[in-house]
Design a protein. Sequence first.
Length: 441
Amino acid sequence: MVIGMDDRHPIVVVGGGAGGLELATRAGNTLGKSGQAQIVLVEKARTHLWKPLLHAVAAGSMDPAEHELNYLAQAHWHHFQYRLGEMIGLDRKKKEVRLAPTFDEEGRQITPPRAIGYGTLVIAIGSVTNDFGTAGAARFAVPLDTPEQAVRFNHRLVNACIRADAQAEPVRPGQLHVAVIGAGATGTELAAELHRTARQVVAFGLDRIDPEKDLRIVLIEAAERILPALPERVADATVALLRTLGVEVRAGARVGEVRADGVVLEGGAFIPSELVVWCAGVKAPEVLRDLDGLEVNRLNQLVVTPLLQTTKDPDIFAMGDCASCPREGYPAPVPPRAQAAHQQASHLLRQLRRRLAGQPLEPFVYRDFGSLVSLGDYSTVGNLMGFLIGKNLFIEGYFARLMYRSLYKMHEYALQGGGRTFLGALARQLSRGAEPEVKLH
């Protein structure tokens, strides 16, 4: 089945993450609304949640339902079309994206196998967890790629606490221990958030659990320090705070195996844990490895030129975590960060306009504005690059927390505008007092 297009130039965006959805929304508001192009977003999920929030969902400090954005409604409001489906192949000669069929929870087919034609294709399918083939990781460790996985981890955490409180025997050593593998931003933020939320869960009548004795969080990092991609001063401040919370930090520790009862480090050391979450690395989805001859690197990322065009096909662009984009003056490509996806979405919108007008395209230039790490209610630390004073600025505390929150508000504003962003924030604030501060189911 091939889905037809009208006479407008068809721009298909595959992937509704932060960058892809922002591009589809802004292109719909301009090119789609004015009739210059037909904008189509292909996405396998029904709702969007900003990926940097997944650690809060996993810890239970955020209800995903309050922050999810419905793709079908977003498409209706912003003049683009939403197609439910997962890309499984590409026919560059026919200029078609092939989609797998979709099914509901009962196994009934929702959409058949089909193809969508394109004039310009933008691939923005993000990244998935890379467990590097570690024994037992795929079976026993929970990744944090999707809201469903984050909710799954949270349910396991709450169930583990209820189970420990209800059993006849005392809490076993390791029974309420959590091992977080990977001390990048996600793993570090999760460790800090779990320290607070796990204690809040126990406080709701689970009085047979002693939080100080029974709860333990271990943050494991293969590099010599946590937050290896961030400045050392940020990492040092974060380690100091984590240790005051009682979070055990194990840097320079490589995981050899994940088991049902814990983690085995290379060298034989064993860390008992009831729950293991894997935040140690990312790669692009496997579908890109053999996508009708497009060039990929060892992480399955599509190799693109500075124009964000794939090296083998100028009609196909890639952006965000699934793209390997060269960065002038740096040996490594543009890093897989939310700010990079946001900048590429803005850049590609301008390039799509130029492409429709027959004008030459301009190269993408990444600007690093710094990094912020949220440690829940305890603190926020980070660095701003060239902020106001022309040099790196280390920040922490209340000001850093405001900056961190503003990143999400900027994302909301780009997708929903000022009115809906304000109303959404107001509604969440008003409902906060009527619900527990932590998810209990």
